[in-house]
Unconditional design. Structure first.
Length: 152
C-alpha cells in the first residue's frame, strides 16, 4: 500500500512539473543559410494546442469559403492571399502541433514508465521500449521543425 501511495504522489508530481520541463523538445538551433529568412522559420514555441485548433478551424471552415468564392481551379491557384499562402502554412502548423503533441505524450509515457519501475510495478524492458518510442517521436518532430518554413 505504501508503494502505491508513493507511486501516485510521484506520478502527480511528475505531471505537475512536466509542462515546465517538456516545453522545448528540440533545443538545437536550426541550421541556416544566407538565403534563409528567420521570419519565415517555424519556432517550436508557436506550436501550441490553441494554434493547432485555430489551424483546424481554418481548414474546416474558411478553406471551403475560399473554394466556393473561386469557381475555377485556376482562380483558386491565383488566389495567393486567400489560399496560396494560408493553406500550406495552416497544414504545416497543424502537422507541427500534432507531431509536438505526440512527442510530449511519449515523453509523459516515459516518465510514467520510469516511476512505475522505481515503484517496482514494471520491468526495465518497459522503460527501454518507452525510451525508444519517445526518441522516435522526438526525432520526427525535430526533423519536421528543422525543415518547416512559412510560405510567404
Amino acid at each position: 500500500m505504501r508503494r502505491v501511495i508513493i507511486f501516485i504522489v510521484s506520478l502527480l508530481a511528475a505531471i505537475v512539473m512536466a509542462p515546465a520541463r517538456s516545453q522545448v523538445l528540440c533545443p538545437q538551433s536550426k541550421a541556416t543559410t544566407p538565403e534563409d529568412d528567420p521570419a519565415l522559420s517555424l519556432d517550436e514555441k508557436t506550436l501550441t494546442f490553441q494554434k493547432g485548433m485555430d489551424s483546424l478551424a481554418w481548414l474546416e471552415k474558411d478553406v471551403w469559403n475560399i473554394m466556393r468564392r473561386n469557381t475555377t481551379t485556376q482562380g483558386l491557384l491565383e488566389d495567393t492571399e486567400g489560399f496560396g499562402i494560408p493553406f500550406p502554412n495552416t497544414v504545416m502548423m497543424t502537422k507541427g502541433v500534432l507531431l509536438k503533441q505526440h512527442a510530449l505524450l511519449e515523453q509523459q509515457r516515459l516518465e510514467v514508465a520510469v516511476l512505475k519501475l522505481k515503484a517496482g510495478q514494471a520491468a526495465s524492458s518497459g522503460v527501454e521500449k518507452q525510451k525508444r518510442q519517445f526518441a522516435v517521436a522526438r526525432r520526427q518532430f525535430c526533423e519536421f521543425l528543422q525543415k518547416a518554413q512559412y510560405v510567404d
